[in-house]
Design a protein around this ligand. Structure first.
Ligand SMILES: C[S@@+](CC[C@H](N)C(=O)[O-])C[C@H]1O[C@@H](n2cnc3c(N)ncnc32)[C@H](O)[C@@H]1O
Length: 230
């Protein structure tokens, strides 16, 4: 099976012999790929909608993995129990707020796993804030680029999350800053912040002064990071 670049980057973050739950699995490509590559032996593919569950069941059948990949119907981590002994949870392709909500809904289970691999499509700032304010630490971040699209993947573990300066909730703090993908990612962020400055300046007015100073300071942080890229 060939994965998209985004799912490939996520797959690379799964440890050998992990016991995986892929929440919102849709076609079940990720668990089936990992079993096919013999990276893992056992996984649960879970989804809240019947259509995706049917998709996953047919992928599992096609690859004759009924004994290795179990497909379950239900919301978030509700489909899991402690007896499943899951040590790695992937939640990919959903909004960051929804991901936070799913972790919050099954707090005990979420906190029992070794590794959370999260790929928010939106509200990434909110997800990072949720994690660091709720006893998780962000240990690694990765970028996956597919054409024009830049995806951020966050790996979190239970731990005393230190709090970050505001700008880092947007630009991350655990990326490999020397990777090619990071250079693209951070230059897009710089563009975004410069656009914000232009917009504030064109509006003018005293009330925007404070905001302008903050954004300019964020730009200084980003430019400092860029100056250390080889
Ligand atoms: C865009 S797909 C992502 C599929 C796959 N994880 C990926 O990254 O390619 C989002 C999936 O999440 C599922 N989903 C949405 N809300 C969910 C929830 N509360 N619990 C479990 N799955 C959910 C949807 O049914 C859909 O199959």
């Amino acid at each position: 099976m060939k994965l998209t670049k985004r799912l490939e980057v996520i797959a690379d973050l799964v440890d050998r012999n992990a016991v995986l739950a892929d929440i919102g699995s849709d076609h079940g490509y990720l668990p089936v790929y990992l079993v096919e590559k013999k990276i893992i032996n056992r996984a649960i593919a879970s989804d809240v909608n019947q259509g995706p569950v049917d998709n996953a069941i047919s992928t599992v059948k096609q690859y004759k993995m009924e004994n290795e990949v179990e497909v379950r119907l239900g919301s978030g981590l509700n489909t899991l129990s402690m007896d499943d002994k899951i040590d790695t949870v992937v939640i990919a392709g959903m909004g960051g707020n929804l991901i936070s909500q799913l972790l919050e809904d099954e707090k005990e289970l979420a906190r029992s796993v070794k590794k959370l691999i999260l790929q928010p499509m939106t509200t990434k700032i909110e997800l990072r804030k949720y994690l660091l304010n709720n006893g998780y630490t962000i240990v690694e971040e990765k970028i996956a680029i597919e054409g024009e699209k830049i995806y951020e993947i966050i790996v979190a573990e239970v731990g005393e999350g230190e709090l970050w300066d505001e700008v880092y909730y947007d630009i991350g703090k655990r990326f490999d800053t020397q990777s090619e993908e990071y250079a693209t990612f951070i230059s897009e962020k710089l563009k975004k912040y410069k656009n914000i400055v232009s917009k504030i300046e064109s509006k003018g007015g005293d009330s925007s002064k404070e905001k302008l100073e903050k954004v300019k300071n964020d730009i200084r942080v980003i430019e400092e990071i860029i100056s250390h890229i080889d």
